[in-house]
Design a protein around this ligand. Structure first.
Ligand code: ADP
Length: 387
């Protein structure tokens, strides 16, 4: 029988990054974040005082988190542990109960996500060893996009790269796109199966998804999360010839990786910051590079709305979510500029309010702001996988 998320059936969500560990117990909303593991460790929590002594790996970080949680509830009460796993490749299209065999597959997929899957695995190993009796589930960032058709996921490369090495578009932020499009359908009181939606997850990482009849049919991230929209520090799409050019001019692979993932995007273009608030402030003070960074950011999103309307043959609603999508009315307004011809009419007053629906009543296409809740989605998916 499927359990629903309740204080009787709490789920622990684990999100392990390369040097961080984020743990959250739902629905109690007890959260812990351990940062800079292996260095000058820092812990943030919303319910306890903790010291960062003796933490040198994910397992010791997890142990500290569990000791704190144990002060709040008996740990045996935890119904399941849901792990955010970045790359599920073609194998995982659903949240999956973790077995030794599943662990081996996630490890194999590390070749597609060398920066993400190995730390995710460390989190899983830590939880399996410290909470050994409790079922563990992997929820994949790529899974919601497993419905992409070949026309959207194939790159124009020799087929063997796809068939032998799995090089194709996978897409990420799946739990978020899934969650906000479900909430949008509920808000519109129409089945998601009847809707054509564009979901815009605009945070430090940013991606768009075309969701038609409840399925992701295209998305802007690719084999890796560096593709697509301009992001905080990631370039998004660039001419692949630029990479060849830089390699030929002597840049190393690691330097190129840092350039594309850490030094580009809003930060690279503005020369100021990866944080949208800093960019607006600099632009308001007359900084031209900051202004251009904003324009590139919004222009790319505007183009992708048109692209996805064409891909789906129509459009019922555009959804804004994540840090920028939820909190930045100016970015939303600049993004939607000139899209009235597509039926998108922004209401400036509502855009500056905290309402869900920010389009004018007569707007043919609805414009919605829906806060994302990836953790809740992971918790629900975890219970679903156990049923
Ligand atoms: P992450 O991908 O790290 O989870 P978030 O979803 O938290 O990112 O989004 C971070 C981004 O949201 C930053 O660029 C930040 O400037 C932006 N942001 C947060 N609050 C606001 C705000 N009030 N106005 C504009 N931008 C905001």
């Amino acid at each position: 029988m499927m359990q629903t998320l309740s204080s009787e059936h709490p789920v622990l969500i684990v999100n392990a990054g390369s040097s961080s560990l984020k743990v959250k117990l739902l629905p109690q909303a007890l959260s812990l974040l351990v940062e800079r593991i292996g260095g000058d460790v820092n812990i943030k929590t919303n319910f306890a005082e903790l010291t960062a002594k003796g933490i040198d790996n994910h397992e010791s970080a997890f142990k500290v988190c569990l000791e704190a949680l144990a002060q709040e509830l008996p740990l045996e009460k935890i119904t399941a542990v849901g792990h955010r796993v970045v790359h599920g490749g073609e194998r995982f299209s659903q949240p999956t109960l973790i077995t030794t065999e599943v662990l081996a597959s996630i490890a194999e997929l590390s070749s597609l996500a060398p920066l993400h899957n190995p730390p995710n695995l460390e989190g899983i190993h830590a939880a399996r060893s410290l909470l050994s009796g409790i079922p563990q589930v992997a929820v994949f960032d790529t899974a919601f996009h497993s419905s992409l058709p070949p026309q959207a996921y194939l790159y124009g490369l020799p087929r063997a790269l796809y068939s032998q090495q799995g090089i194709r578009r996978y897409g990420f932020h799946g739990s978020s796109h899934d969650y906000v499009t479900r909430r949008a359908a509920e808000y519109l009181t129409r089945p998601r199966e009847d809707l054509k939606l564009v979901s815009l997850h605009l945070g430090n990482g940013a991606s768009a998804a075309a969701v038609s009849a409840g399925k992701s049919v295209d998305t802007s991230m690719g084999l890796t999360p560096v593709a697509g929209l301009l992001m905080g520090t990631r370039s998004g799409d660039v001419d692949p010839g630029i990479l060849l050019h830089l390699l030929r001019s002597g840049m190393t692979v690691n330097e190129l990786d840092t350039l594309l993932n850490k030094r580009s995007g809003l930060l690279g273009l503005s020369g100021i910051s990866n944080d949208m608030r800093d960019i607006w402030q600099a632009a308001a003070e007359g900084n031209g590079h900051a202004r251009e960074a904003l324009e590139v950011f919004c222009y790319r999103i505007r183009k992708i709305i048109g692209e996805y309307a064409a891909a789906m043959g129509g459009l019922d609603a555009v959804i804004f979510t994540a840090g920028i999508g939820e909190n930045d009315p100016e970015a939303r307004a600049l993004t939607l500029k000139g899209l009235e011809f597509l039926g998108l009419q922004l209401d400036p007053d509502k855009n500056n309010s905290r309402e869900i629906e920010i389009s004018k009543p007569e707007s043919r296409v609805k414009i919605l702001v829906i806060p994302t809740d990836e953790e809740r989605m992971i918790a629900e998916a975890t219970l679903q996988a156990m049923a």
